[in-house]
Design a protein around this ligand. Structure first.
Ligand SMILES: [Zn+2]
Ligand SMILES: [Zn+2]
Length: 448
């Protein structure tokens, strides 16, 4: 099984076997002084992430590889061993590869997905980790001047010159001045000073002084977003005798760690996750057919169900954003899709144009999503071969596209305002033809 990637030097798309790619990325990702079980855990994380990409290093995340980096991992025995001994093993949640997030050092506890990614993910839950206490990355500090903070954060502090008091709680307070601004007494830390005492101790030029807090220090614990696997925590667990499976199961809640059956001829899109979104539902009926009165919500559902069973037969894991005739807000559909984290999201609708002969199926993809465009073109080609009238593929800027964090297509499968097309759409065999074309598009997209 080959993985596609973009070669930064040759400036073109290339391929390499999955296990070789895991080895290369592992060597780039982690120092080989780590314990062998940590390296194994990291190898499995890398393999898992490769297998869940839309089209192996494609889609919205394109990984650019520097081919020279291939050379230096050839003789890394430990890297080699970590990959060989976990060959084919991935992390699964409900049967599909997880989004195996990881970071260098969590500093005491990992993070819940919703606090970083905006939506909850069942296996990315907060776990306590006292394993990374000795990590060189545990403590970090950065000092910013007031001016730097104002620039970086585009914020404004109120002008200190205007504030004759200038107390900094628990650091400098109780400042007493005479009317002309000379400091009579002041408390710094836990001591009280007379103005002239401070002037002498600090060698100030006069007792008429103001205080400007110039620098602000941020002290942080941990390194990275804190989601999922904590590398230094894992390392400590390995030192204490835990194996890669125990380590991974500790940081990813409720997962399985096991061999992933790779796609085969009978199930060529095995493990691919696809979310189909049948438009409308419940009291939101969508458009209504001009002659037979067909309702958009029913047609989108029919096609979604036909397509779901076809894609499942080919090995895909398919979810619908609604299972029955109910009204679900687009925001909730987006939320559901983002929880599932599919390889592809496909929304189905129908069009309407009053008093028109307009007809044909139209496909939309989100701007610059080259994977969605590629899939859309393959589907379009198959629709044409099946003699379905089409109106081509275009960029679209639908709300759902902006929300779903996966490559997405939206299809308007025909015009309910066109008598001829509505009659066709009323026949199941016509919907099956459309579903066949979409299915074939997916097969060609994922397999080639
Ligand atoms: Zn940790
Ligand atoms: Zn619609």
């Amino acid at each position: 099984m080959n993985i596609k990637y973009f070669d930064n030097i040759k400036k073109r798309e290339m391929e390499m076997p999955l296990e070789k790619m895991v080895k290369l990325l592992l060597a780039l990702e982690i120092d080989n002084s780590f314990h062998i079980e940590t390296l194994k855990a990291q190898a499995i994380i890398i393999r898992t992430n490769l297998l869940r990409m839309p089209k192996f290093l494609g889609g919205k995340e394109i990984i650019n590889l520097n081919i020279n980096s291939l050379e230096f991992c050839k003789n890394e025995n430990k890297i080699h061993k970590a990959c060989e001994e976990t060959k084919g093993i991935v992390i699964l949640f409900e049967g599909k590869p997880i989004d195996a997030k990881y970071h260098i050092c969590c500093g005491g506890s990992t993070e819940n997905a919703e606090n970083v990614l905006g939506n909850p993910i069942s296996y990315l839950r907060r776990v306590l980790c006292n394993h990374c206490e000795d990590s060189p990355y545990l403590n970090g500090e950065k000092i910013f001047t007031i001016k730097e903070l104002e620039e970086k954060l585009k914020t404004k502090f109120h002008k200190i010159e205007e504030d004759i008091g200038t107390e900094v709680l628990d650091i400098i307070d109780n400042i007493k001045r005479d009317k002309q601004g000379r400091v009579i007494s002041i408390k710094i830390g836990n001591r009280n000073f007379k103005g002239y005492e401070l002037m002498e101790s600090l060698d100030l030029n006069s007792t008429r002084f103001k205080i400007y807090p110039e620098n602000i220090k941020f002290i942080s614990k941990g390194y990275g977003h804190g989601l999922g696997f904590c590398q230094y925590g894992g390392e400590n667990m390995a030192q204490l005798g835990k194996n890669y499976e125990e380590i991974l199961k500790y940081y990813y809640t409720g997962v399985e760690v096991k061999e992933f059956p790779l796609p085969c001829i009978k199930k060529p899109i095995y493990g691919k996750v696809i979310v189909i979104d049948p438009g409308h539902g419940g009291e939101d009926k969508g458009h209504k057919g001009v002659s037979l009165g067909l309702e958009e919500k029913n047609l989108t559902m029919k096609l979604a169900q036909i397509l779901k069973s076809k894609l499942k037969d080919k090995g895909a894991i398919v979810y619908l954003t609604r299972e029955k005739d109910e009204n679900i807000l687009i925001a909730n559909r987006i939320e559901k899709a983002n929880e599932i984290q599919p390889n592809f999201f496909l929304s189905i609708h129908l069009d309407y144009y009053p008093n028109s002969t307009k007809k044909g199926l139209e496909i939309f993809y989100f701007k610059e999503d080259r994977e969605a465009k590629a899939l859309g073109n393959l589907i379009l080609k198959n629709l044409k071969e099946n003699l379905i009238p089409t109106r081509g593929i275009k960029e679209g800027n639908f709300y759902v596209f902006r929300g779903v964090k996966a490559s997405s297509l939206l299809m308007e499968i025909g015009y309910l305002s066109n008598i001829e097309e509505e009659i066709k759409l009323s026949q199941e065999k016509y919907l099956i033809k459309i579903a066949n074309s979409i299915e074939k598009g997916f097969l060609e997209y994922f397999v080639n």
